[in-house]
Design a protein around this ligand. Sequence first.
Ligand code: PMP
Length: 441
Amino acid sequence: MIPNGTTMRNGASDGGENFSLRDILLEGRKLSFSERTAFFSEWINDRAACGESLYLRNVLSAADREVTIYDRYAQAPRRMLMFGSNNYLGLTAHPYVRERVRRAVDEFGTGVGGPPLLNGYSRLHAELEERLAAFKGKEAALILSSGYGTNVGLLSCLTSRNDTVVHDAYCHASFHDGLKMGTAAGVKFAHNDVDDLERLLEANAGRGGDTFVGVEGVYSMDGDTAPLDRIAPLCKRHGALLLVDDAHGTGVLGPGARGTAEHYGVDHLVDLAMGTFSKAFGVSGGFVAADRAVIDYLRFFCRSYFFSASMPPMVAAAVLGCLEVLEAEPEIQQRLLDNVAYCAAGLRRLGFDCNPESPILTLILPETVNLRKGAYHFHRRGIFLNSIEYPAVPAHLQRFRISMMATHTREDIDRLLEVVEEVWDRYVVPHGLDVRVHRDA
Ligand code: PMP
């Protein structure tokens, strides 16, 4: 039996969505492959047996506001309200998008069987690249079959040996992995600390080579935005190239739903506008929009583009469908923002200090409270949300992560709030650990 928390103190992430379970769990152990797999198998099965594992919940329906899952503890299917999907606009089930995908399957079949430069570049891929370039206000765009692969490809091919990449400490794992594969020096600045970024840019001046600055529009684990209104002009002043990973902001923020840079009015100052299709567009894939020369370069130097099969045309059709829906029904974005505001107001009434900048709302739980018990309470009460624990975030920042959708109803949100209150009353208040700041009577 492996003791709870074994060796898990070392190597935690310092925040954001970046950690290596391998480094943390296996650090210092000289284990053969079979010992390693046996060790991990025991560790994970222990947790499942205690009713502590809600990973791999088997979803039996579309990722909408309400889903059916197969509950392995109750051994039966059950309906749950979905507050754990990044399908923020609720477009996976939109009739227009479904119909567009159906038509694409009729026309193109299910996939292409090859990379874009050879046989995998359909009319829909070309059309989507053009639409995305216009959406992001850039000359050109290129699409890849995953958001993860987009960052890995970009970071490993854009820079050369003399370059420096100054990036936010909370950047996504894919950003860090791409950096490791490239040859440029990577330097972290403290999360959203513009003064720290400025200090590093000044220290880097005259070092030779290009300087890239990497940030996220919306940070996936905290839901806060990068202050691009300050960061973008700072980059220009220092001649640094700005790369914004707006996986969570694209389709969500800004008056035209074009993302966080539009929200801050600085789209024109972003050199590389990266995004994914796995959030507001509800499918999967990634893209980058930039000057045409940059995109032409990437097509031949970005290995995750060059050496990987294109996304199926039906996926490109789904994203095109979402862009068309966004244009035709801008009220969907507004509904999402209204839902976020409604939920935040409810959480504030319960005493949480909640002023969200995006559809990601986080409820931090004190370190000594058993997060998994709370998570299982949500599960039993039919609320599907994600619990994020150490080592994904530092232990004192363990949390429940709520993802809002445009399709949630007020009743759904009221139900969520009811169960949040139950969890706090049952698991937090009795320990005298209620960190809510201002409970209303
Ligand atoms: N960047 C950020 C900020 C993300 O949150 C994610 C997904 N969690 C990715 C990149 C990777 O995107 P995908 O899941 O679409 O591969």
